[in-house]
Design a binder for this molecule. Sequence first.
Ligand SMILES: [Zn+2]
Length: 338
Amino acid sequence: MIEALYYQKKENRSVRCRLCPHNCLIEDGKKGFCGVRRNEEGILYALTDSRVVSIASDPVEKKPLYHFLPGTSAFSLGGLGCNLICRHCQNHEISQSRDDEAIGKLYTLEPAKIIREALDRNCAMIAWTYNEPTIWYEYISTTARLARKAGLKTVLITNGVINREPLGELLPLIDAYRVDIKGFSDEFYQSLTGFPFLEIVKRSAESAFDTGVHLELVTNIIPEMNDGEDQTENLILWIRDRLSPSVPWHVTAYHPAYKMNRSATTLSALETIRKRGLDAGLKHIYLGNVYSSAGSDTVCPSCGTTLIRRTAFSVIENIMDRDSCPRCGHKLEMFQYM
Ligand SMILES: [Zn+2]
């Protein structure tokens, strides 16, 4: 374990962590809310630095990222802990683990080894995913710098709950930012995740977009919680007007998990929201966790030609001429080649 970044020493050997908006005041011997940053005698340590739960070589489409090097593989890493407690978390065994023994059982993967493994497996990028990566801040920063030198891209699959200053330092090292925008009201965020962090998440996405980092958004639609017209309409307008109509938006179906057992989202509910977004002018709305070819293909927003056909996270056909439509010449905001 190494000393953490972004904290302040306080009286009686306590520390204030400044990484995320919890701004935890941590007493000597205790951990922060995320479960992976511990105060030992007035020094804050990153307990899971270079400690990994799972690695895999995944299609980039599985993240999901549809406009970033389509058809390539992402060397994907997951760790322990999270700074939210989402009631429907699919990965709650790792995200909500607060067990010191579990940390002791993680295996070690040094940053240089990640780069070698990713290159050996012909991956185009390194993706931090499965649990919340920003609480792995030091590990990500170090590895991302090495990735740049090795010609690998870097991707964060994140909930966007991080303070402005550390995010500002991290974004120049990151090529793609795939952020969950879980809903569009603080009440909803509070009830689902335990905290009213909507504004923080919006600010994260806006920072990534303003910095020129490739951005894609995901909203998991939960029946009668965040599928109402008012919430989705405001979210659509924010994407269109504050970000860009070209930012890909993945609208995914909720399935019962962890502490939530209401029934799963239907395809028709997702299609209604997709239509709402397309009618408002959004150009790329994809459907996830359901079978829908119309919701997984990339279509030229200008002439309607199907440019990329996908099934089950793989690209079956890609007829794009670099980043343009071969039929009408329309240029898409798509990161096609290294
Ligand atoms: Zn076209």
